[in-house]
Design a binder for this molecule. Sequence first.
Ligand code: ATP
Ligand code: MG
Length: 254
Amino acid sequence: MSKIIAIANQKGGVGKTTTSVNLAASLAVLEQKILLVDADPQGNASSGLGYDVQKLGDSTIYECLVDGLEAEKATLKTEIDRLALLPSNINLVGAEVDMMNLEDRENIMKKVLAPVRDKYDYILIDCMPSLGTLTINALVAADSVLLPVQAAYLPVKGLQQLIKTISMVKRRLNRRLMIEGILLTIVDFRTNYAKDISSKVRETYGTSIPIFESVIPVSVKAAEASAEGISIYGHCINCKVSNAYKELTQEVLG
Ligand code: ATP
Ligand code: MG
């Protein structure tokens, strides 16, 4: 049975998708069978793995969640061996409203993924920047949640709300849910500010929540790779940011 990890933060632009794509790619390179689930109508994980989201048609995670399409039928191969993608596009915008009327609406994603769980070692879910129904569904389906946090004042402040939501889900909907760890992303080591924020996060949360030793440095290479629709390894195999994601992968593998 695979381990399911949701990558979530309601704050936008903190590196959720970049982390999802590169962790997925990195695990796949290490012989793990991976499914990356794009749970964001922006479809950034799908385009980040080379798909033109406007051409996906009616075979996306939206149809799985709302129309009962089997996950396997919507799953796509990627350029990377052992890495499969359950894609998304703008259709998914309607999902939150459509799911409102469905029975047991917090458990829909869990049920969609159940039949494919034994095919993969890890299923990663790239969440959208909100704490709405889709993200709650991801947290209910998941065994653990990885929290990318940008090392800047406001994103760190939003962490409180996120942790509250995770606790609520754990209490009411998914007792198994663990926090995989807080991951500091887009860290500019040249500034004292970033260093201060990093130590503040460790001080505030370090005793109650795991924090990854690996931190992801700010790097134009990360942004270039996502724009090109490839993983960081396809762009630059041995630069700081790809090495940081390799280290993170080792931590996730334990
Ligand atoms: P959203 O909330 O919109 O889904 P996100 O949390 O998934 O955003 P990303 O899309 O991964 O965040 O990253 C936001 C932007 O920052 C992207 O343009 C991405 O290429 C860039 N980025 C991500 N990581 C880094 C990094 N380490 N250094 C520099 N830029 C980065
Ligand atoms: Mg994203």
